[in-house]
Write a protein that binds this ligand. Sequence first.
Ligand SMILES: Cc1ncc(COP(=O)(O)O)c(C=O)c1O
Length: 354
Amino acid sequence: MLLDLTKLEQNVNEISTIAKTNNIKWRPHIKTHKSIQIAKMQMAKGACGITVAKLEEAEIMAEAGITNILIAYPLSNSRKLQRLQSLAEKTETTIAIDSIEQAILVNKAFVGRKRLEVWIKINSGLNRCGIEVEEVVELATAITKLPNLTLTGIFTHAGHSYAASSLEEVKAIATAEAKVVLQSAKACEEVNIPIKHRSIGSTPTFKFGAKIKGITEIRPGNAAFFDMCQVGLGVTTPSRCALTILASVVSCKKERIIFDTGSKALSLDQGAHGNKSVVGYGSIINYPEVTLARLSEEHGVGTLSSKTSLKLTDKVQIIPNHSCAVANLFDHYIVHHNGLIVDEWLVDARGKMK
Ligand SMILES: Cc1ncc(COP(=O)(O)O)c(C=O)c1O
């Protein structure tokens, strides 16, 4: 797994500049890279803290010295809440709440401890976790009555932007994403519950949402690397994709070329349902005549639209469809700069689910 340092820095700098220009905070989601090195790079470039999906990611990043962590996941399992207690003692930790039942469980776990900061998660159309705008006042009021929790923010994740069929549609989703957060915050403030943090921003939507007045924070993850899903959405170009997989040709047949990269290297991810612009299982740089049409575990099968010069043992770079899923499959990033390998970074928080 190769990581182009120049592109990574360019991508991270761009997010940082967007946050600065719009005078808002930036809390990158580190589930994309799961790397202490990259999280620290993001902090050095102005991130206010990090977002994580897993308790394990939070623990590893806290251990490495990251002091402000949003666990954007509604933890409720008692064993995890116990571990959250010790994490919250070491580092400024905030977790997502998306039901009164969950809030009660978290509150109970923090009896006799420092109050835990919590943010309400709103559903802006992804229909995964998150409450509806109409339910926010009830949940916010319930949280304010729980003595061990402090409500300080409202956030949403517009992951449905991945299924958009045009940039116009992405933009409309970004507007709606910000609107539900701002409406929710307003409803809470009307009943005297202040909402300091109003956080939005997936990779497709954050550039648009960052400009909307009242939004205080963006949380892009994938934008550090980008990938063919983002290219398909029109969010970026292949030249900005920092993560690639180095594959070797292991067999050449009459109408197909076989690479040593199957689903265990590229993942079977083909992007969101409805996104028709992703073709195959990754894009082979400089060989547009080859479509990576099929993956089994250790084989990637390329079909040909015209004759190719590829031959046995040749190496190609493949831009994956979904870089976050791919990074989670490897132990290390081989970091390169101007065509030379300059370092090897661990994917610190992968495979640590316990
Ligand atoms: C809560 C939350 N915030 C931010 C993100 C980052 O999204 P993206 O990788 O599209 O930037 C995600 C992605 O799953 C998420 O779940």
